[in-house]
Design a protein around this ligand. Structure first.
Ligand code: FES
Length: 113
């Protein structure tokens, strides 16, 4: 068994290459973009979301918001428990009006688009 704290192993892993440096994997937002947004004065989860798109992916921040909150804490001293939760919005996809117009209201079938 490796005799090192789990967090040290995670730190080493996160520094190993660019791919692993994504804080938000859904939107492919690197740690540097979050750090830059915080430095520009974005100190809430919603500020970071609006500035970088972190938290706007398919998982809606399940995987990234804790890391973003921890980065805000480390850069500003604001404790994550005092941060307001991110405004939740369902992921949306653009669809054409033509697709909507062609929906048969009597049919249970749809193409998922
Ligand atoms: S990892 Fe950020 S929204 Fe999914």
């Amino acid at each position: 068994m490796v005799d090192q704290p789990v967090s040290k192993g995670l730190d080493d892993m996160s520094k190993s290459d660019q791919l692993r440096d994504y804080v938000c994997r859904c939107e492919e937002i690197p740690r540097s973009a979050i750090r830059e947004a915080i430095a520009e004065g974005n100190h809430t989860l919603n500020d970071i979301k609006r500035r970088t798109r972190a938290g706007m992916g398919v998982c809606q921040g399940i995987y990234c918001l804790r890391t973003v909150a921890e980065m805000i804490r480390s850069e500003t001293g604001v404790h994550p428990s005092t941060l307001a939760p991110m405004t939740a919005r369902p992921p949306a996809r653009l669809i054409s009006l033509g697709s909507l117009a062609n929906i048969d209201p009597g049919s249970d079938e749809h193409d998922g688009a």
